[in-house]
Design a protein around this ligand. Sequence first.
Ligand code: BDR
Ligand code: CA
Length: 310
Amino acid sequence: PMPVLLDCDPGHDDAIALLLALGSARIDLIGITTTFGNCSVEKATYNTQRILALAERPDIPIATGAAGPLAGEAHIGDYIHGATGIDGPDLPEPLAPPISLGAVEFLRTSLLAARAPVTVVATGPITNIARLLRSHPEVGPKIAEVVFMGGSTDRGNATPAAEFNAYADPEALDIVLTSGLPIRMVGLNLTHQALATPGVVARMRAMDHPVGRACADLMGFFGDTYSDVFDFAAPPVHDPCTIAALVDPALITWQKSFLAVETEGRWTRGATVVDLHGRLDEPPNAQVALTLDVEAYWDLVLDAIDRVGS
Ligand code: BDR
Ligand code: CA
């Protein structure tokens, strides 16, 4: 299996991403780091502990990370994810505490100790990874690639121009995108294809175990806020698309492109600039996700959830 470190801010869709990783034989989840984003970092850590309790996997180490971005104020996504960051399901209490190392130190030691290069997946503001690369550039050769959920080839959701994770820490994303590491971007243009329709939610509920029911309840709350805030008929389940890309690369089509993030911009701070048509004459630095095989995606996610719960 492929060694993976997951950096996240659970978060309804982060929770599904985590369960997908746990339920996939091709992935060896060696640790989780948390960040502010959908909620405070303290809540993100607690929510991660509770999801691991639900999955009965308290053996996976959790390290707490950034409470805010590299510059400016923390933006919190409670208008989508509720006061806890993961409103809706009734989750068990933690079975294990987080480790005492902070996220950056845990990432550094895990990477340096790893026998083979590790895939780093980020499904929240990418602050922890930027801090790691800035203070410990020697870990670079131990990172196979960085796969992140964030940005878009088109419009945003936090602002008209910027996607939430990119908007929450543009300076951090800039550090990662200019690091020279292999990068894959899973942006809103891709994740808005991954809708949890009533049929998908019914398949979760029909599993008839606590993990399936918790996922259905997560989608219930998430669907209500997506309907209220964005007028979506079904919620886009963004974050698991990153893990799905690792488990079955054929699910997604990619285009190599120059990718940057706007850090200035009067109205466009945090917007990603994706040069799909090579207009800027800049060397490509990322693979950008374009289309999703939606049916195969849900089969993969639901099978993994069922495996975790059974
Ligand atoms: C991203 O922001 C959060 O709301 C989700 O967890 C996802 O990571 C989507 O813009
Ligand atoms: Ca997230």
